[in-house]
Design a protein around this ligand. Structure first.
Ligand SMILES: *[C@@H]1O[C@H](CO)[C@@H](O)[C@H](O)[C@H]1NC(C)=O
Ligand SMILES: *[C@@H]1O[C@H](CO)[C@@H](O)[C@H](O)[C@H]1NC(C)=O
Ligand SMILES: *[C@@H]1O[C@H](CO)[C@@H](O)[C@H](O)[C@H]1NC(C)=O
Ligand SMILES: *[C@@H]1O[C@H](CO)[C@@H](O)[C@H](O)[C@H]1NC(C)=O
Ligand SMILES: *[C@@H]1O[C@H](CO)[C@@H](O)[C@H](O)[C@H]1NC(C)=O
Ligand SMILES: *[C@@H]1O[C@H](CO)[C@@H](O)[C@H](O)[C@H]1NC(C)=O
Ligand SMILES: *[C@@H]1O[C@H](CO)[C@@H](O)[C@H](O)[C@H]1NC(C)=O
Ligand SMILES: *[C@@H]1O[C@H](CO)[C@@H](O)[C@H](O)[C@H]1NC(C)=O
Ligand SMILES: *[C@@H]1O[C@H](CO)[C@@H](O)[C@H](O)[C@H]1NC(C)=O
Ligand SMILES: *[C@@H]1O[C@H](CO)[C@@H](O)[C@H](O)[C@H]1NC(C)=O
Length: 841
């Protein structure tokens, strides 16, 4: 897998030679010959000469000493290869390193101007940093280093290394990819930090931007996918962006578990930045994260004021209130313009609309002030007619700081559902006149030089009264490029804690209906006799109160006959609860997988359940305007009402509680193994198509009456998917149909359903139909495409305890989950299952 692999012979040779010369320092009088090495004190890193594959060029570099796959993390003379092995590394008395031949031809040197006080010492630190220092200091004080390799990175970012600027010296540390496999010289794919008021990480292809992280919002890079805004650490890594005004601005990371070896490498072949992790048991590096991860993650794919959604059609969509620039061709890559004419500082023609979860736009033309409040920020933007948007610089807590943008806003996209708000200037006919007065009141505060105390008092009072109103009204969320929640401020009944305690008999175990992924569920009876189900959310959901409320209000708006109705919620300090209508018939799995009750479900009922569930899912994906991906669709989440009508439950919860992601990949997989799509399990990528995959499994379970997991078949080790595929290839899909359905008349409909199920289970998300097609397929006799081999044929060994991995409170569990994710990639799903049979890692 790695490009750095050398033949084992060379490794061994180096190893033997290193025995002869193993220390971490080189003094002034010594030199390092080709064939000798320096090792860091803890033996993690090694410095020496090497060649790549069958090239004879020699390089001086640093690699991991104990990793058998030769992984070069730094090359001194990447652009000046040595032609033979007669070169030596020496230290000059002016404090420089020199690579020179016997005849004194210099091939490479450091160019420091700092003069050493005494003869300097070269040392390879445990971090992989090669430093030149005065002999009296002990390698602890970075300020005193004469030179360090961390200041001149190659293609690899090691933990603790700084990516970015030293503002005092103008030093810029950037990462540059190797040209290719066996040429470490600088390619044209680079990664660095922009040097402006609002720094962000950018990948460049040559001189053009290729991907940007979005500016840091106090919690994460604003372009990182994520729901919760409390997340400052990744379960495996801690990231930070340090920006002190006059000294430095840099990004760096470290592993939480010191024994986890990880690096970030720029890959010129793929044009990807890859975070990889060493898996010792397997002896390979494993890809952990990658950027950009899809077309929408590259720089500005859609032009100005547009949102990019990978699985939408078209991929580019204008934000609410904007329309395609080129209306004739509907070419959205050209970007969008305001639908209504906008005139600066004219009431009703100038206002701001709040967008939630948008990646902050390109910061090239932006301005920041750390101490301004959001309201001062608004005034600042309103006053300048080239200002097009404003936002909080730091979204933590109530938000602070001000960031404003000038000119068209580019490289936008919705990345999360909460936490991060961008206020875009546009003609807002809905801006009510009172709001305009508020602006004036604010302006008054902001600009008047000597207002009377009375005026100030009045204005402040007025402002606070308005502000409260404003905040209450402005529950707005951008999903699927629509702004919802502004037009009607729907009220969701709030229940107090005492009521719930009474209704559920103080959460007694007798009342417990089950344990869902997001917390236990209790049955309750309200004072008026109404039966309810109460879901008590785990305290760890890591979400602010406002966002939680917003989310619930959104969920309450989801009204569909095949979704469980949300009756209200209860929020009291740590407690967050959702109240649903109570379903006496419990869930589909209690019928389907029960030998007696399954007979109640005849084919027509089952087919109805299929079609109705598909309808509910389609509504979530598309018709609800909110584009909700369920992420945990399974038989136990399909509840049945008195007439056995299915109702999907737990929708929106995944969004509320599970969306912790950084840099593209989900680090917490929410869902249930056995129902999860391959791309989700292995790479943490989810989309509506992952729900389609889960639906496919549900469909096969309904037709067969068997669980995907936990069923063994004679003669082969496949799961339900594998079994179905085998029968399909053998031309006998009807053998899958549940025995209790014996009736020839259902055959064609049932076989057609199996066919649709296989289409939903295709390995590649693009090969799967979307839910609207599934609904059409189920209700018509149109010809269906032939299915290819589905994903995940073997996985039946898991038991229930192992199969449910959820958001957990304790960080050790989070590590387990994330490493698990990596391991899954390493071994492939089936191998992992074999492995994990005995114990959890
Ligand atoms: C780039 O990625 C490819 C494919 O994963 C891999 O084979 C290659 O080794 C990578 N190159 C570098 C420099 O990591
Ligand atoms: C240097 O290279 C020559 C031939 O290429 C080889 O014989 C010699 O052993 C090498 N010396 C070292 C120290 O590797
Ligand atoms: C070694 O070099 C030869 C000739 O340049 C080339 O054909 C071959 O592919 C190279 N082998 C490797 C492993 O790169
Ligand atoms: C010194 O030796 C190198 C090879 O080690 C050779 O390329 C170079 O031409 C030599 N320079 C002189 C001045 O002899
Ligand atoms: C050192 O500086 C010289 C001249 O300024 C330049 O030619 C050389 O490339 C520099 N070397 C390094 C390693 O930066
Ligand atoms: C970058 O380098 C590759 C080859 O290494 C070349 O094909 C490509 O055109 C270059 N791109 C730019 C933008 O310079
Ligand atoms: C760190 O990882 C190693 C192996 O990966 C494991 O044995 C150790 O328990 C972990 N330590 C912590 C504190 O999680
Ligand atoms: C930032 O805002 C504060 C408060 O409004 C103000 O006092 C300060 O002068 C501003 N700084 C800059 C650089 O504009
Ligand atoms: C508006 O902002 C732009 C960009 O910072 C600046 O050039 C211009 O002078 C400002 N205009 C006013 C009226 O402040
Ligand atoms: C590592 O896992 C891969 C499959 O994911 C396997 O092909 C390979 O042989 C394993 N390597 C070792 C050293 O076990």
């Amino acid at each position: 897998m790695t490009i750095f692999t050398l033949t084992l012979g060379i490794c061994n040779l180096l190893f033997l030679l290193s025995k002869a010369f193993s220390t971490d320092t080189l003094t002034f009088s010594q030199s390092l010959h080709d064939g000798t090495t320096l090792s860091s004190k803890d033996e993690t890193f090694e410095l020496g000469f090497f060649s790549l594959r069958n090239s004879t060029n020699r390089y001086l570099g640093i690699w991991f000493k104990n990793i058998p796959v030769k992984t070069i993390v730094w090359v001194a003379n990447r652009d000046h290869p040595l032609k033979d092995n007669s070169t030596k590394l020496t230290i000059t008395n002016d404090g420089n390193l020199l690579l020179h031949s016997n005849n004194n031809t210099v091939h490479w040197s450091t160019n420091t101007t700092t003069k050493p006080l005494r003869p300097p010492i070269l040392q390879l630190l445990n971090t992989g940093n090669l430093i030149l220092r005065n002999d009296d200091d002990h390698g602890n004080n970075e300020e005193k280093f004469l030179w360090q390799s961390f200041d001149y990175p190659c293609d690899t970012l090691l933990p603790g290394m700084k990516l970015g600027w030293n503002k005092k010296t103008g030093l810029n540390r950037i990462i540059t990819a190797w040209k290719n496999w066996d040429d470490p010289s600088a390619g044209n794919f680079t990664w660095g930090i922009t040097f402006d008021s609002n720094p962000e990480m950018v990948l460049w292809k040559g001189t053009s931007k290729y991907h940007r992280s979005g500016p840091w919002n106090g919690v994460r890079f604003s372009g990182a996918f994520g729901g919760s805004n409390r997340l400052t650490t990744h379960p495996l890594f801690v990231y930070k962006l340090v920006n002190n005004n006059n000294d430095e601005v840099y990004y760096s990371y470290r592993s939480i578990n010191k024994s986890l070896i990880s690096i970030v490498v720029m890959n010129q072949t793929l044009f990807r930045r890859q975070r990889i992790i060493w898996i010792p048991d397997n002896g390979t590096w494993r890809l952990f994260q990658t950027a950009p991860r899809d077309i929408c993650d590259t720089y500005n794919p859609c032009g100005s004021y547009a949102n990019c959604m990978v699985d939408a059609s078209p991929v580019c969509q204008c934000l609410e209130g904007f329309q395609p620039k080129s209306s004739e061709t509907m070419d959205l890559s050209q970007g969008c313009v305001r639908s209504e004419p906008w005139r600066c500082r004219v009431d009703g023609r100038d206002g701001f609309r709040k967008f939630v979860g948008l990646k902050y736009p390109d910061t090239t033309h932006s301005w920041v002030n750390r101490s301004m409040t959001l309201d001062e920020c608004k005034v600042k933007c309103w006053e300048n007619c080239s200002c097009t948007a404003y936002a909080n610089l730091d979204i933590r807590g109530a938000g602070s700081g001000c960031s404003i943008w000038f000119g068209d806003l580019i490289d936008l996209k919705v990345v999360s559902q909460s936490g991060q708000y961008l206020y875009i200037r546009m003609a807002d006919s809905r801006t009510d006149p009172k709001d305009a007065h508020k602006k004036k009141a604010l302006l008054l505060i902001g600009t008047t030089v000597a207002p009377t105390v009375l005026v100030i008092l009045f204005a402040i009072l007025y402002y606070y009264r308005r502000k409260r109103k404003y905040e209450e009204e402005n529950v707005s969320v951008v999903k699927n490029d629509k702004v919802v929640g502004q037009e009607d401020s729907m009220e969701l009944p709030l229940f107090d804690f005492a009521t719930i305690v009474n209704a559920t008999n103080n959460f007694s175990t007798d009342n417990k209906l089950g344990q869902g992924g997001f917390g236990p569920v209790y049955k309750g009876v309200l004072a008026d006799g109404q039966e309810i189900a109460v879901k008590r959310l785990s305290r760890s959901s890591g979400q602010g109160l406002t966002e939680f409320k917003n989310e619930i209000i959104l969920c309450a708006k989801l009204q569909h006959r095949n979704l469980v109705k949300v009756l209200g919620c209860c929020i009291e300090e740590e407690e967050k609860m959702l109240l649903y209508e109570y379903m006496p018939n419990r869930s589909l799995d209690s019928f389907l997988f029960d030998s007696t009750k399954s007979e109640i479900l005849d084919w027509s009922k089952r087919f109805h359940i299929l079609c109705a569930t598909a309808g509910g899912l389609l509504y979530l994906h598309q018709d609800s305007r909110l584009r909700i991906i369920h992420r945990d669709l399974k038989a136990s989440n399909i509840l049945l009402d008195n007439n056995l009508n299915p109702k999907i439950s737990d929708f929106g919860l995944a969004r509320m509680c599970g969306g912790d992601q950084i840099e593209g990949n989900t680090n917490r997989i929410v869902g249930t193994y056995g129902y999860m799509a391959p791309e989700y399990v292995i790479h943490g990528l989810f989309s509506t198509k992952s729900d389609v995959f889960s639906f496919g499994i549900l469909l096969l379970e309904i037709v067969s009456g068997k669980k995907n997991r936990e069923v063994t078949y004679p003669h082969h080790s496949h799961n339900l998917i594998g079994h179905t595929w085998k029968l399909w290839k053998e031309g006998t899909p009807e053998k899958l149909i549940d025995n209790c359905l014996e009736d020839a008349s259902i055959l064609s409909e049932a076989v057609r359903s199996i066919h649709i199920g296989l289409l939903c289970l295709q390995r590649q998300p693009n090969d799967r139909p979307n839910m609207s097609s599934v609904v059409v397929m189920l209700s018509s006799d149109n010809e269906l495409p032939e299915p290819k081999e589905p994903g995940f044929l073997i996985d039946r060994i898991l038991n229930e305890e192992q199969s449910e991995f959820r958001s957990q409170t304790s960080s050790t569990n989070e590590v387990t989950i994330s490493i698990l994710n990596v391991w899954l990639g390493v071994y492939g799903f089936s191998d992992f299952l074999g492995l994990s049979k005995g114990s959890r890692f």
